[in-house]
Design a protein around this ligand. Structure first.
Ligand code: AMP
Length: 250
């Protein structure tokens, strides 16, 4: 069984992002970049399936600039067998375009399962997995907090409002990961070294012949308003009074 794991290069979650002065996007010029945290969870889950003997091959794929090689090397250090970079000028393709590109990769690679993040922490779109499954006509298990694969079926426990919901998907299928699915492993130096020798194939994304044109345009990106300083209150009564009459939240 083969698993495809799409991994996105994003600004590291510890970095405090700033909009560019012209408001056209986020300033990534000197920011530390990392694998999208939900994609790390996807990689970890794929590796656990491989280590459990359920999966034979794990292929990581990233779409974006040449810098995404770093992200793919991390995926290889997790234990992916090989990696594929679909190279374009940007990682900022919108989800509908990414889903088209991934559908073309799926047509070539024929995986039994795609495990991917529920959302990229830069655009917070939470759309690509759903669009990919729709495009392929495959079942989808989104927001997975538990995944079991056996007898040609993926059993996905999903985080829903107020609890969980378990669905059984016939394979092939698309699964998107939620935070509680697992805790990704720490990448050890020997595995990072081994990853340097694993195959990483680079191809221009334009070669796939898919429509890369955008359907949406970012109008502006702005930082949230600055928070004012806090106030120390003398008593619970004063706190309640201020919440009621000043903040008007109770
Ligand atoms: P989004 O719908 O943009 O929130 O992204 C959801 C998931 O789609 C991510 O967690 C990745 O698994 C995948 N994805 C999005 N953009 C890319 C990209 N440029 N390269 C590889 N995977 C991506």
């Amino acid at each position: 069984m083969k698993v495809l794991v799409p991994v996105k290069r994003v600004v590291d979650y510890n970095v405090r992002v700033r909009p560019r002065p012209d408001g056209t996007g986020v300033d990534t010029a000197h920011a530390k970049m990392s694998m999208n945290p939900f994609d790390e969870i996807a990689m970890e889950e794929a590796m656990r399936l491989k280590e459990g003997g359920v999966v034979d091959e794990v292929v990581a794929v990233s779409i974006g600039s040449g810098d995404c090689q770093d992200t793919l090397r991390s995926a290889l250090a997790f234990g992916a067998d090989r990696a594929l970079l679909l190279e374009g000028d940007t990682t900022d393709f919108e989800p509908v375009v990414i889903s088209r590109i991934l559908a073309a990769v799926v047509a070539e690679e024929a995986p039994d399962l795609v495990i991917m993040g529920k959302q990229a922490i830069d655009d917070d779109c939470n759309q690509t997995a759903q669009m990919l499954a729709g495009r392929l006509g495959w079942g989808q298990g989104t927001f997975a907090c538990r995944l079991e694969v056996q007898d040609g079926e993926a059993r996905v426990t999903r985080e829903v409002d107020g609890g969980t919901r378990t669905v059984a998907l016939s394979l092939p299928a698309v699964v998107s990961t939620d935070l509680r699915l697992n805790e990704p492993r720490y990448l050890k130096l020997p595995n990072i070294m081994k990853a340097k020798k694993k195959p990483l194939d680079r191809r221009p994304v334009a070669e796939l012949g898919v429509d890369l044109s955008a359907r949406t345009r970012v109008v502006s990106v702005a930082a949230p308003p600055e928070r004012g300083p806090g106030v120390r209150v003398a008593s619970v009564e004063e706190l309640l009074d201020r919440l009621k009459n000043e903040a008007q939240v109770i």
